[in-house]
Write a protein that binds this ligand. Structure first.
Ligand code: SF4
Ligand code: SF4
Length: 272
């Protein structure tokens, strides 16, 4: 058995799904659905979890099970459509697709996909890399501007080095606005997608903004407690978070190399 997770923000609140899967048999051993949504009746989530038990993990069965559950029970989650739940469940199940790339199920839970599902990874082309400024050394001269001299003092170093070897343009993102500007700038230049890194809290909060750009992205979570959890969200938004995070270097390097080897990471775009 393996555990896979997925998280999304919906108009009704945050939903987190955690599944114990029998991977060879492709069925759900158990599920755990949590979040800050409002559900009526209270026991509906428990009942839905019971319905999903031992169900096949294929897309049609999951959709049918969820839809039938809401139709039969009359249960409601305010601001959440049954299809929202289906999509989150599928996203969790499809994390198993990462194992094809030598990524463990545990590590797959640190990967997030935007504008494509994990089982469509082989069809994506990534042309640039985006990294968060919070992973740079706090005292680094480049903390608040673009660049890195590859001095080795923080986890950003290895990624700029590899990106240089691969010829893939790389940018450090300073603020939420800068992120969106950069995505559109590359989109205009013909880039087809990017590999990036950010904390799960940032991804969750801005999921819809990421989706609205219509640009496919493969995101790797970062290590350490995040400034969201530290309650410094406003500062992070304007790029003033004074803490330092660490990139999940092993996983990010593995992803970059695999994507390079499979021809999905191309960098066929100008970095100017
Ligand atoms: S590795 Fe790059 S980002 Fe990190 S401290 Fe050195 S120059 Fe700054
Ligand atoms: S929200 Fe904070 S911890 Fe998360 S990526 Fe942004 S600056 Fe880093």
């Amino acid at each position: 058995a393996g555990h896979v997770n997925a998280i999304r923000k919906t108009p009704g609140g945050l939903i987190r799904v955690s599944l114990a899967l029998d991977v060879p048999g492709n069925f759900i051993i158990s599920s755990f659905i949590t979040g800050d949504f409002q559900v009526f009746p209270q026991r509906a989530i428990m009942d839905l979890e019971a319905r999903l038990k031992n169900m096949s993990a294929d897309e049609d069965t999951i959709r049918e099970t969820v839809n039938k559950f809401f139709a039969d029970s009359g249960a409601r989650i305010f601001g959440v459509e049954p299809e929202d739940l289906v999509q989150i469940l599928l996203e969790a199940v499809m994390k198993t697709a990462f194992t094809k790339y030598g990524i463990s199920l545990e590590d797959s839970n640190h990967l997030m996909t935007v504008n494509f599902m994990p089982d469509e990874l082989d069809k994506q082309i990534f042309d640039y890399i985006l990294l968060p400024y919070c992973a740079k050394l706090v005292e680094c001269d480049y903390r608040k501007i673009e660049g890195c001299t590859i001095c080795g003092a923080c986890s950003i170093s290895d990624i700029y080095e590899i990106a240089g070897e691969f010829g893939v343009p790389t940018r450090t993102i300073q603020t939420f606005e800068h992120l969106i500007e950069t995505i559109y700038e590359f989109k205009l230049k013909g880039a087809r997608g990017y590999i990036g890194s950010c904390c799960e809290a940032f991804y969750t909060k801005h999921h819809e903004d990421f989706v609205d750009t219509e640009v496919p992205a493969l995101l790797v979570d970062i290590d350490d407690s995040t400034c969201y959890e530290l309650g410094e969200e406003r500062e992070a938004y304007i790029g003033d978070f004074e803490g330092q995070t660490d990139l999940k270097l092993d996983l990010l390097i593995h992803v970059l190399k695999k994507m390079r080897d499979s021809g999905n990471l191309r960098g066929e775009v100008s970095s100017d």
